[in-house]
Design a protein around this ligand. Structure first.
Ligand SMILES: [Zn+2]
Length: 589
């Protein structure tokens, strides 16, 4: 037997091994490759490893982030298509592969905190390559520290945080819910963008469900060098088509009276060949789909906008879309929500276009200073301007029916006090006075507070909220140590919600639940609104704004739900707030 020669294994000295590890170029994955390989979804509808095949339309959007030519990515999306998760994948990829100062901006600080806690940190911990770099104990709630970078999280309501340190990567989530629409506030999107200026290789990702054409996301889409839509092949004719809501068909109400039943029978009709497409076809179509540009204004686009609607969502059936539409179509507020959150289209800003016309239509026969017979309550609203005050008095009846009784401009608070203490008479002879008025304390705050203290029996200061509120308003208190006003009630109102509500109610015909004006108001109001439109001032808010709040607080609505009685019996709509409910940013996918 031959003696086997013993070979001494060669061992690499550990210092060489370490050197090789350091010198070896790291594998640079695109975001979609990274996600497929390293992302694990910890919660939501589909926990487990990330699969690009579930939402194939997200692949190109994510990989645009890995494209060195593209500087800015805009994603206009409905809820339920996985947009937020795609953004998280981009964040994960850069923390893992390309550390650089990064900031994520959410509509509010609260939302930033919740998202960090419930989504981002769990994502980092679930990825071993990132978990090893995450310095949890040295991190703060809104400042996550990694071995070689910081991830700053902030709310769009904190301008100071938005404009400090320079950052290379900027993420803006749900930008249309950012404050900044009104003249008093700084625009958080511009503030945040300023911070990226010093980086030649900066990246900006902006995503949102659209609201109005004048909203942040739609303006960004229109500004982009290129706009892309997702085209999918029809299973019948092979033509690449865009999925459009108008192509969803269902039987008429005459054939099938029940809405839910009709919706269940909904299907998609190919706009090219007329073939019937069902939910079962969608998966394959999505997989074979591709982004095509519908508009391009630069040879090598630096900013690309992607647009997609709920029809593409693998999580939403055609029937659900049809049903949601049936529930929403008769109520402008619900219809706006459907248009924005399902179709990802901006709500036509008819408020600005036709406010003056609508005011004409809302005219009644009741002259100024006289009360409609249905009046149950009077409220006042006072807007404080630099050199004058605008005031309005509104009458309220059942079902939030309302009409302005008088309005005007005053030069002093004393004048406003006199007006608000006017005694009115109902046709029945019963006497009424303004029960409660709200006074904007955003301007000349101390004077307003003092005025409210001495007139506390009928007026409270109020202030617009910088972020969307859960409800329409909330009662807070003045926090001003040493001041007489300290502890006084302060009403915080969500101006956006009221504007939507008023806009919708102005579209209702005169009568129950409508937002009307007195006989003499028309010309003057139309003029003022037109003036505001030209100047870009929201005169609707000035004239109508605050009155509604008071009515919610102690108005005739206490015994009954505000809402349109005609639709009260609709399934699924009865308990819904007029603002459409599902406006909360959703943790999708
Ligand atoms: Zn076809």
């Amino acid at each position: 037997m031959k003696r086997r020669q013993k070979i001494k294994p060669y061992t690499v000295p550990s210092w060489i091994y370490r050197a090789i590890q350091v010198l070896r170029p790291t594998e640079r994955l695109t975001v979609s490759q990274w996600a497929e390989k390293k992302r694990t979804l910890t919660g939501g509808a589909m926990p487990g490893p990330w699969r690009n095949s579930v939402t194939p339309y997200l692949v190109e959007i994510m990989d645009a982030f890995s494209d060195d030519v593209i500087e800015e990515i805009i994603f206009v999306k409905p809820t339920q298509v996985g947009g937020t998760t795609a953004m998280e994948n981009m964040i994960g990829t850069l923390v893992d592969q390309e550390p650089a100062p990064t900031m994520v901006v959410y509509p509010s600080d609260d939302l930033a905190e919740t998202t960090a806690e419930t989504r981002l940190v769990p994502m980092f911990k679930a990825c071993p390559d990132i978990a090893g770099k995450f310095r949890e104990t040295e991190s703060k709630k809104l400042q996550l520290k990694f071995r070689d970078m910081f991830l700053y999280l902030t709310g769009a309501n904190s301008p100071a945080d938005l404009s400090s340190k320079p950052i290379r990567n900027l993420f803006l989530d749900e930008v249309d819910k950012f404050p900044g629409a009104s003249k008093r506030e700084a625009d958080p999107v511009s503030l945040a963008r300023e911070r990226t200026k010093t980086f030649f290789n900066r990246k900006i990702f902006m995503a949102s469900t659209p609201t109005l054409k004048s909203g942040h996301i739609w303006r960004a889409l229109e500004r982009a060098d290129m706009e892309k839509h997702y085209f999918v092949p029809c299973p019948h004719c092979g033509e690449y088509i865009e999925l459009k809501f108008a192509q969803i068909k269902w039987p008429s109400k005459d054939d099938v009276p029940d809405n839910a039943e009709r919706a269940e029978m909904a299907f998609y009709v190919c706009q090219a060949c007329g073939g019937v497409i069902t939910d079962q076809d969608k998966g394959k179509m999505l997989e074979a789909g591709r982004w095509e540009y519908v508009r391009k204004s630069a040879e090598h686009p630096k900013s690309v906008a992607y647009w997609i609607n709920t029809l593409y969502s693998p999580f939403t059936r055609f029937s659900e879309i049809a049903y949601e539409f049936m529930k929403s179509k008769d109520d402008p507020e619900l219809l706006q929500n459907f248009t924005n959150s399902w179709l990802a289209e901006p709500w036509e800003d008819t408020r600005l276009k036709t406010n003056a016309d609508l005011v004409m239509e809302r005219q009644t026969d009741v002259p100024a200073w006289e009360l409609p017979e249905w009046t149950k309550l009077l409220t006042g609203g006072i807007d404080v301007q630099e050199n004058c005050l605008y005031w309005t008095i509104r009458a309220w009846g059942d079902f939030m029916t309302s009409q302005n009784v008088a309005h005007g401009q005053a030069l002093s608070m004393a004048e406003v006090e006199r007006v608000m203490n006017t005694e009115f008479k109902l046709p029945s002879g019963e006497k009424m006075m303004v029960e409660l008025a709200l006074m904007d304390s955003g301007d000349q705050t101390d004077e307003v507070y003092n005025f409210c203290i001495s007139n506390y029996d009928w007026v409270r200061p109020c202030k617009g909220s910088s972020t969307p509120l859960q409800g329409h308003y909330r009662i807070s208190t003045v926090d001003k140590a040493g001041s007489q006003a300290n502890g006084m009630q302060l009403v915080i109102v969500d101006g956006g919600k009221y504007k939507d509500m008023i806009a919708a109610r102005m579209r209702r015909p005169n009568g129950r639940g409508s937002w009307m004006v007195h006989k003499d108001a028309v010309d003057e109001l139309a003029e003022v609104l037109e003036y505001g439109r030209k100047k870009g001032i929201d005169m609707g808010g000035v004239i109508f704004g605050t009155g509604a709040t008071a009515a919610r607080q102690g108005g005739p609505g206490s015994g009954q739900k505000p809402g349109d009685p005609e639709h009260g019996g609709d399934p699924g709509q009865g308990g819904k707030q007029p603002d459409g409910g599902g406006e909360q940013p959703q943790a999708d996918n």
